[in-house]
Design a protein around this ligand. Structure first.
Ligand SMILES: Nc1ncnc2c1ncn2[C@@H]1O[C@H](COP(=O)(O)OP(=O)(O)O)[C@@H](O)[C@H]1O
Ligand SMILES: Nc1ccn([C@@H]2O[C@H](COP(=O)(O)O)[C@@H](O)[C@H]2O)c(=O)n1
Length: 437
């Protein structure tokens, strides 16, 4: 979107006024409300939860990293809906081309301004199946011992552009835009380090990239179809950050304040706020600005449709496959079909039913792949093995051959990973096409 558009704030269109009046009314006579509509009670509530003196650092090891808000790529929205945010495993058309580029939304704003909340609300309202959230946190540089010590003492500047690996970020975003898969580091704010296990991400119909310096590098800005700046009052950002860092990021009050005034606030003024100039849309007040979020969602949907996004396309393709009927007759000789037991049919019924919810499909698919892998285990090489029973009698059993056995899975292999690991103790899963980061 090229034209710059400021979304309605307090003085905006009538609807915004109406919403604001509603907000004020809700606050009136209940508790004191600040300019953003958030109550003072809300702001101090978090501190009450965290007793003074603060809990020891490592005890509060709630994972609060770049993957935490959508842990295992499953985002549970405030309304309880579960959304899969890993993106879409690469699909190819009949000519071997990957499908269209994702629509990229960049979300920039100060720390605790509500970037993630806005991103989640956009996703929730869009109601499209393939979405990805990429967070800048994943691209914090790995610290050396000295820097790590400084971070522990709240004396490391995580808000300066030098704290991020922008080259890696640019490369990752470029790959995701091409619909390719990537291994993305998961950041742990409690240890200032990356988790051992990165997460695998794919392109999607919509890709949201959020971070404090999301608009810092012009080459990255060029990859965005829409740039949104979340503009939340500084005092509110500080109070939310205190709440969050103490309760979720294992920090103490003094440390948060020291870091804030030494690094966070100056960096906001020098590097983050100038990002507003690059923005197409400015969202005052963040996640509670439903008028702005609805406008963004409407614009994204319009653009997706212009690009040929068709929600019913996958349903049409499935129907085509059903009409073609089973391909058992002309199947190759070495194709083995799973026995159609009542259990297998029951699982298929869940998976094929158009009313089945997304997380249920994931659950029942995993059960089905377990059956598939159990069956596949019968084709592994086994050798006889003599064992001794508890009554000292001997018995000849079977042990899996110790030789390495490689199995190539052409499509949807990753969806089988959990089941495979649950059944084969010593398996190694390789993703040959994935770019290692
Ligand atoms: N409208 C709101 N009212 C109350 N708390 C909020 C609101 N928006 C965000 N928060 C809280 O503030 C913190 C930061 O919000 P988040 O969306 O994660 O911001 P960011 O991604 O910019 O750091 C979180 O703890 C979140 O729960
Ligand atoms: N080890 C770290 C890394 C980053 N931070 C702070 O996080 C802020 C960015 O995250 P938001 O969710 O608030 O956008 C940033 O302001 C860093 O100061 C940290 O404290 N420790």
């Amino acid at each position: 979107m090229k034209s710059s558009m400021k979304t309605p704030d307090k003085d905006g269109e009538k609807k915004a006024d109406k919403d604001l009046t509603k907000q004020v009314k809700i606050s009136e006579g209940v508790e004191q409300s600040n300019s953003s509509g958030s109550s003072v009670h809300e702001l101090i509530n978090g501190f009450n939860r965290s007793p003074s003196p603060p809990a020891p650092r490592k005890r509060l090891r709630t994972v609060s990293g770049s993957g935490s808000k959508a842990e295992h790529h499953l985002l549970t929205t405030k309304s309880g809906r579960k959304i899969y945010t890993k993106g879409r495993p690469p699909w190819y058309d009949k000519k071997g081309n990957t499908l269209k580029q994702p629509y990229v939304i960049g979300i920039c704003g100060g720390s605790a301004s509500g970037k993630t909340t806005v991103a989640e609300k956009i996703i929730e309202k869009l109601e499209i199946p393939w979405v990805t959230i990429l967070s800048m946190d994943s691209f914090y540089k790995v610290l050396n011992d000295e820097e790590h010590k400084q971070a522990e003492e709240s004396n490391y500047n995580f808000d300066h552009p030098n704290a991020f690996d922008f080259d890696l970020l640019q490369e990752t975003l470029a790959r995701l835009r091409e619909g390719k898969s990537c291994e993305v580091p998961v950041y742990d704010f409690t240890t200032h380090a990356r988790d051992h296990n990165p997460k695998i991400m794919y392109g999607a119909d919509v890709l949201i990239f959020e971070g404090i310096l999301a608009f810092h590098r012009p080459e990255i800005n060029k990859m965005m179809d829409m740039k949104v700046f979340v503009d939340t009052d500084g005092d509110l950002r500080l109070s939310r950050r205190l709440n969050r860092d103490i309760n979720e990021r294992a920090r103490d009050l003094n440390g948060v304040l020291e870091q804030y005034f030494r690094f966070v606030k100056p960096a906001f003024e020098s590097y983050i706020a100038p990002g507003m100039k690059a923005a197409d849309i400015i969202v005052p007040r963040g996640g509670e600005n439903d008028v702005a979020i609805n406008l963004i969602v409407k614009q994204v949907m319009t653009q997706l449709i212009k690009r040929g996004y068709d929600q019913s396309a996958s349903a049409k393709y499935r129907q085509e496959l059903i009409c073609r009927g089973p391909m058992v007759d002309d199947a190759p000789q070495n194709l083995i079909l799973i026995e159609q037991t009542p259990q297998v049919r029951g699982l298929h019924t869940f998976i094929r039913d158009r009313r089945t919810k997304r997380d249920d499909i994931i659950f029942y698919s995993e059960r089905l792949t377990r059956i598939l892998i159990e069956e596949a285990m019968n084709f592994m090489p086994y050798t006889e093995k003599e064992i001794e029973l508890s009554n000292r009698q001997k018995e000849i059993g079977l042990r899996k051959n110790t030789q390495i056995c490689g199995v190539a899975i052409m499509r949807a292999g990753e969806t089988m990973e959990n089941s495979l690991r649950a059944i084969v103790k010593d398996c190694k899963v390789l993703f040959p096409k994935i770019k290692r980061i």
